[in-house]
Unconditional design. Sequence first.
Lengths: 216, 216
Amino acid sequence: MNVTSIVLVDDHQVVVDGLEAFLNPHFSILGKARNGKDAIQMVKILKPDVLLMDIDMPVMNGMVAAKEIRSSMPEVKIIILSLHYEKSIIRHLIQIGVMGYLIKSSSKEEVVNAIETVASGSPYFSSDVTVALSTPDVPTDTRLAPQNAKLLSQLTAREIEILKAVGEGLSSKEIAKALHISDRTVDTHRNNIMKKLEVNKVVGLIKFAIKCGLVE
Amino acid sequence: MNVTSIVLVDDHQVVVDGLEAFLNPHFSILGKARNGKDAIQMVKILKPDVLLMDIDMPVMNGMVAAKEIRSSMPEVKIIILSLHYEKSIIRHLIQIGVMGYLIKSSSKEEVVNAIETVASGSPYFSSDVTVALSTPDVPTDTRLAPQNAKLLSQLTAREIEILKAVGEGLSSKEIAKALHISDRTVDTHRNNIMKKLEVNKVVGLIKFAIKCGLVE
DNA sequence: AAATTATTTAGACTAAATTCAAATAACGCT
DNA sequence: AGCGTTATTTGAATTTAGTCTAAATAATTT
């Protein structure tokens, strides 16, 4: 088998040169690019075994380039070399089909090891990446949106009580009975609430109550 | 430096014996256990460098044992050897602080490599694990509950159209105008929908519409 | 052709919401 | 203690919306 050929892509010259310095006798560096756009061109012409690429780059970032290369040249194995620990980005790239993911703090040995592993057809992911992915997702919808919190805070205790009851599907009369007040009172409260929340339909109240977790 | 010492834990004798067979000249196998409980005892007495353990085991499973060992003997490096791809389990174990995670389909070489990496102080996670973790979480609330799907399916197209409009806060009259039909018709549809969904309040309709993702 | 289901409508009735107007209670402020 | 503000409460008259019953027409299925 031939020596593994590589294209290096990073917008910082020192990084590319440094990588080249310690990869050079062992691997064949076919080319070096400074952004995703150039990387695509270079890969098409040079057809390397492995593409070692950064994410943050001007003109075209590594994620876009990786996607394009995956679809047009699936035989090229992509290794991402990044500072990013952000889960969504890592996930996206793995879903796109990159074969490896290294953090820039990786040792020379790890980079060499990753390239060899990937060149042989197996994926290689830095353990930092795995650990980063292991933190559970925060469900976005459980959090109370700031503007809702603000609106909610300007309701009085009684109003919140009534809003909750409305959200639970009780009519003015039922609420009145439950709270031992007149149903006119309940209506007034409800109208005041609607003014404060700037909604003009009961549905708006119900939706707001749901959003704030007052019901269901 | 001394040869790395290991304790093997798996409820299947063949697996333990098989592992021992190819690890033996290279590493020092101090002991073999069949469940988590025995593993804890054995680790306390033998103090191995590395504990290679399954998850699914009788008496006490590997997760519980890993947690216990992590808190009582943090210097012992734990590698999980499992069939599990389940994200929540993998995550939990990484959060507990296991240093490695291998899938049972791993090659001999990978197992040896993992043990060496972990013994030297670096984590080692099989790439299958990383890929498994890279799939985005499905927020539980976005999924349509089966009973809601069933109820929704027994509504007619027209009824769904009206349900949606109700959920958006339109009154019967407004819906009537929008659909170029009489408001009586809208009422009838709404009542039929309520019968089908077994709710007796408009709020029920709105909540159902939200649950089914028809609105908002 | 007959039976079901879907869509449409009306009238009489009932319930609910809106508007306008205002009283009482509570709270902080000077 | 007196003032202003806000919260909570209520009523009457008015307007709007929703329910119930009943039924016709269109579309589909059997």
